[in-house]
Design a protein around this ligand. Structure first.
Ligand code: PEP
Ligand code: MG
Length: 756
């Protein structure tokens, strides 16, 4: 008899399965055929497929050799029995004497007590267990390593079928007999309030592999070799880039990375999978899945980071093997997008259609990062620091983003969905009630007016002035349109935009902040050296002073856009007086130029500065002689004051602006501004939080600038507040040395019926 090598056997099996998969039979029928083929190929009496269902339940979906009535009846919890053990460990298991294993769980309905040996493998997809494939024999049989490898390869093909719903319709995956869909919730931090429901879209799309099985391992190995050469070439190129070649940190990182790319074990495992009948891309994906499933439970940081390296390498290798453009062309985006990402820059958010983008879920992030600010500007509910969101969420999953409570509900059960529909309706009513506040004065109970302005960055934001009844735009972040563009907008384009903004403000003041690029606000078309501390690096006014052409164009565009109307300009990140003077000088040059070119003179030019670097607070007398107004940028100010990175999940919340140090610092600024009657406002994110805004008003702020969605809640708070009582209370806290006054202020609000 002809002896079949294990490898040829695996390929032959895969090619038979492929025929079944390509067939037109109903899903259950195809599943039945698959188990029969595997059983005969393995000369096993039993072959069974368990699929992971809602509530962490493994349900027997198909079997040959087990009692028919057990199909769709036998269910095991994850961890229960040998099948459950394979699922929980995400590892294969081969036992010649399965029944004597302590985890063996006897299920009378299956009739399996007559089978002695068992080999089972997890069905993995995206590094997650989606089921278990097992074979059993009546005799005490030892399964070879090659046979296990073949089962794993086969399981991968089955995983694709399950995921693509070719095997199981969506209905089949829905609740049966009280079992809900596998629905989980994860907690994070609030990046923006609000709630949304939609379909998950991964920001970095998983590369779709359309062809998994191949009959020609030699050709596939050649494709792999070629892709590996190309990938090495690309990494070498990165290493040769001038800034890297000089040495330093990123060179070391890239070299380690290159070492991983040459890891013989990794490449050998991919080649092995090719020999077993997978395409090169299928093999890369299989090894990635296996590695992922095995490393996943590692708590050791070193190992988890290595997992990211291998993940990233697999992704790169796949890019060389699969026509990515073609793959992504096929993946049409849904109408209600819930975007899932590890982290992202603010510009990337703008790549998505604003009308379709309903929610954002980040694994990292903090409330004052620019992507969070952008989410607020776009009024997209957003939750950050959601552990393992990428792993837990499959593309297309239904997701509820509950920004208010910093929760993400994944594949919510119907009752949760219904509850949210109710909540959304109530929210809509509340928003409508805020809208009814539009024309009522922003005034405390004891008659003090507080001006409420908007933070904006898009033309579309201008509509919010009208919707909210805000007093103007306290901060227009001009870098946002730059980020949203594919190249540097020229003077004409900028001036047209600024003109429309002024027009749409309906005569209310707009403060244009000059470009604040650098830090995490990078422009896609502008190469900038990587810095170790970009927030404290070459950004904002520093760039404008060193490359004056940029700001000159911008100021020229602003003066032209004003066309004889009022204009307020503000410089970002001013650290010392000489910078303000330099920026002002550039502005004067542009004013002269406009004059010489017969543009209408600006009617009431106001030139101010952001106060977001602590050093500037120690130059107040000189600053107040020059600046027409001051706007405190608390996002940056507090990260520098407390030396705590606003973008770092570990420290961004470590210190509280509502602390003795924070409030005293701000109070001293206001007192100095008030003494010279210089208008002062605060435009950082804390202005938009009712409790924080209450504290700011208590120490003397009378102008605040915030995201449009905050105007209603902050105005509601103001109208329920007595400044007199709050002042008395704050005076009583003068000598408190606690970490934060937040809880005390919250108690004050509750005791005095302030709506926060
Ligand atoms: C700030 O730093 O508080 C601020 C408003 O500026 P940005 O958030 O744009 O850096
Ligand atoms: Mg800032």
């Amino acid at each position: 008899m002809e002896r079949i090598s294990p490898v040829t056997g695996s390929r032959r099996l895969l090619s038979r399965l492929r025929d079944v998969m390509a067939g037109a039979e109903a899903s259950q029928e195809r599943l039945n055929q698959i188990v029969t083929i595997i059983a005969s190929d393995f000369v096993a009496e039993v072959c069974s497929i368990y699929v992971l269902r809602a509530g962490e339940v493994l349900e027997l979906f198909a079997a040959t050799g087990l009692a028919v009535q057990s199909i769709h009846t036998t269910r095991l919890s994850i961890g229960e029995g040998l099948i459950g053990r394979i699922a929980v460990q995400a590892r294969p298991l081969a036992l010649a004497d399965a029944q004597s294993h302590p985890d063996f769980a006897y299920r009378p309905e299956t009739g399996e007590e007559i089978y002695q040996s068992l080999a089972g493998v997890p069905i993995l997809r995206g590094g997650r267990v989606t089921g278990v494939l097992a074979v059993q024999n009546r005799t005490a049989r030892s399964y070879t390593e090659e046979e296990i490898e073949t089962l794993e390869t086969t399981a991968m093909v089955i995983a694709e079928l399950i995921a693509n719903s070719e095997l199981l319709s969506q209905e089949e995956l829905h609740a049966v007999e009280g079992l809900d869909l596998l629905s989980i919730s994860i907690d994070g931090i609030r990046l923006n309030g609000g709630m949304a429901i939609g379909e998950a879209v991964h920001h970095e799309k998983r590369i779709q592999i359309s062809k998994l099985v191949s009959d020609d391992p030699i050709a596939e190995q050649q494709r792999l070799d070629q892709a590996v050469i190309e990938m090495h070439g690309a990494i070498d190129q990165m290493l040769e880039a001038p800034d890297v070649a000089e040495g330093g940190e990123h060179k070391d990182i890239l070299e380690t990375y290159k070492m991983f790319a040459e890891d013989a074990g990794w490449l050998a495992r991919i080649s092995e999978a090719i020999k077993n009948g997978l395409t090169a891309e299928g093999a890369v994906d299989k090894v990635r899945n296996d590695t992922h499933a095995r490393f996943r439970k590692q708590t050791d940081r070193y190992f988890r980071e290595r997992l990211h390296d291998f993940d990233d390498l697999a992704h790169r290798l796949l890019q060389h093997l699969v026509d990515v453009n073609k793959a992504s062309e096929n993946s049409k985006l849904p109408k209600n997008i819930i975007l899932i990402a590890r982290n992202m820059g603010p510009a990337e958010l703008l790549d998505y259609d604003r009308a379709s983008l309903k929610g954002l879920v980040l694994e990292e992030g903090s409330a004052t990062t620019h992507v969070a600010i952008m989410a607020r500007a776009l009024d997209i509910p957003a939750v950050g620091r959601t552990e393992e969101a990428i792993e837990k969420i499959e593309p297309g999953d239904t997701i509820i983003v509950d920004g208010d409570n910093a929760k993400v509900h994944i594949r919510p059960a119907d009752n949760i969905k219904e509850a949210f529909v109710d909540i959304l309706a109530t929210r809509a009513e509340r928003i409508a009630s805020y809208a009814s506040l539009r024309n009522v004065p922003s005034q405390t109970k004891d008659g003090t007016s507080v001006e409420l302005h908007l933070n904006a960055g898009l033309l579309a934001d201008m509509q919010s002035i009208n919707d909210t009844g805000a007093d103007g735009i306290g901060l227009f972040r001009t870098e946002i349109p730059f980020m949203n563009s594919h190249n540097f907008p020229d003077v004409r384009r900028q001036s047209r935009l600024y003109e429309r903004i002024i027009e749409q403000s309906g005569g209310k003041p707009v403060i244009f902040r000059t470009l604040d690029v650098g830090g995490d606000k990078s422009l896609p078309y502008w190469e900038n050296d990587k810095e170790e501390n970009p927030a404290m690096g070459w950004r904002a006014i520093r760039v404008s002073i060193d490359r004056p052409a940029l700001i000159r164009n911008q100021l020229r565009a602003l003066i032209r856009a004003a066309q004889g109307r009022e204009l307020s300009i503000m410089f970002p990140m001013i650290t010392e007086i000489s910078e303000f003077d330099k920026a002002r000088k550039i502005l004067d040059l542009e004013l002269e130029r406009a004059n010489a070119n017969n543009y209408k003179p600006v009617k009431n030019l106001r030139v101010g500065t952001m106060l977001e670097v602590p050093a500037l607070a120690y130059q107040m007398p000189a600053l107040l002689k020059r600046a027409d107004f001051i706007s405190v940028g608390s996002n940056d100010l507090f990260q520098f004051l407390f030396a705590s990175d606003r973008g770092s999940p570990k420290v961004s919340d470590r210190f509280d602006p509502l602390s003795p140090a924070g409030l005293n610092f701000l109070k001293s600024i206001i007192e100095q501004c008030d003494a010279t009657k210089t208008p002062v406002s605060l435009c950082g994110e804390i202005a938009g939080r009712p409790l924080d805004a209450m504290a700011l008003i208590g120490i003397g702020f009378r102008t605040l600038s915030m995201a449009p969605s905050s105007i209603g809640p902050v105005k509601t708070m103001i109208r329920s507040l007595s400044i007199h009582d709050l002042r008395l209370y704050l005076d009583s806290l003068k000598d408190v040395t606690e970490h934060s006054l937040r809880e005390k202020l919250r108690e004050f609000a509750i005791d005095h019926s302030v709506i926060i």
